[in-house]
Design a protein. Structure first.
Length: 265
């Protein structure tokens, strides 16, 4: 994925939000959210095996996945996860054989009420900021790490109308120091407008990138790269890796509304 020379992204992202707002309603019919994504995740694995006071061994996997998720208005969810053969592995393989045997699975759950999105999302910036800041069981948190995490969860669990997605984009333009990286191509060979911002969370500094369709403002792709990390929270060098370290890539295939959990469009 290549972009252009980085420039301040506040104005370009705000301008894109104006395009997004005109997109209209999310596709499909029903009140069950359906989101299909594909991507790659880095798994860092630690094991203690063999001796009475064993040394830790380390391994890692870059694993491609297809994810299909549903969520109904009461917070009942289903996530179908389909892992593919790892793109890259390293470290002590024998201590992590359990991971190599991981197969496709379907997991159903009921979310805590604090993790269930409102039936109607706000379309103004202040309202959307409040919804994102109120995500989860803790107190209202308008810091960038909390808002960015909530935005990721929103995109992965809920189809958005143009006006709703425009509100998310305006929130990011307001709370983050956004950089515009120009036109880029994602892992599914789709072209879009690439934006990035840095998130400094407890013990970790990461770069988050979002790529949006220039025609309708829909999110096509996002990724996360760890730039640096407090060794107390883990060290890439233990696994034979180094920073910056790309840890997650997600391509958004389709999102919309269906009539019941398990139904596919």
């Amino acid at each position: 994925m290549n972009g252009g020379a980085p420039v301040d992204g506040t104005e370009p992202l705000t301008a894109l939000a104006d395009v997004t707002e005109a997109r209209g309603a999310a596709p499909g019919e029903g009140d069950v959210a359906f989101v299909s994504t594909t991507g790659t995740q880095l798994h860092l694995l630690t094991a203690n095996a063999g001796d009475e006071d064993p040394d830790e061994t380390y391994g890692y996997r870059f694993v491609p996945y297809d994810w299909t998720g549903w969520e109904d208005p009461k917070g009942n969810t289903r996530l179908d996860t389909e892992p593919k053969p790892p793109l890259e592995t390293g470290g002590e393989e024998a201590d992590h054989e359990w991971f190599l045997e991981q197969g496709s699975e379907s997991h159903e759950d009921t979310l805590h009420e604090s993790l269930v999105w409102p039936a109607e999302l706000p379309t103004d910036t202040d309202g959307m900021l409040e919804v994102l800041a109120d995500f989860g069981e803790g107190p209202l948190d308008e810091t960038l790490p909390a808002v960015a995490n909530a935005a990721d969860r929103l995109y992965e669990s809920r189809p958005l109308s143009g006006a709703e997605e425009a509100a998310v984009q305006r929130v990011l333009a307001e709370v983050a120091d956004v950089t515009y990286l120009g036109t880029a191509t994602d892992t599914l060979n789709r072209e879009g407008e690439l934006f990035s911002f840095t998130v400094e969370d407890e013990g970790r500094v990461s770069e988050v990138r979002y790529m949006y369709d220039a025609e309708d403002g829909a999110l096509l792709y996002r990724d996360t790269t760890v730039l640096e990390q407090d060794p107390d929270y883990g060290d890439a060098a233990d696994f034979g890796l180094e920073y910056p370290l790309l840890t997650e890539q997600v391509g958004f295939v389709w999102s919309g509304w269906v009539s019941e959990i398990g139904q596919r469009p």
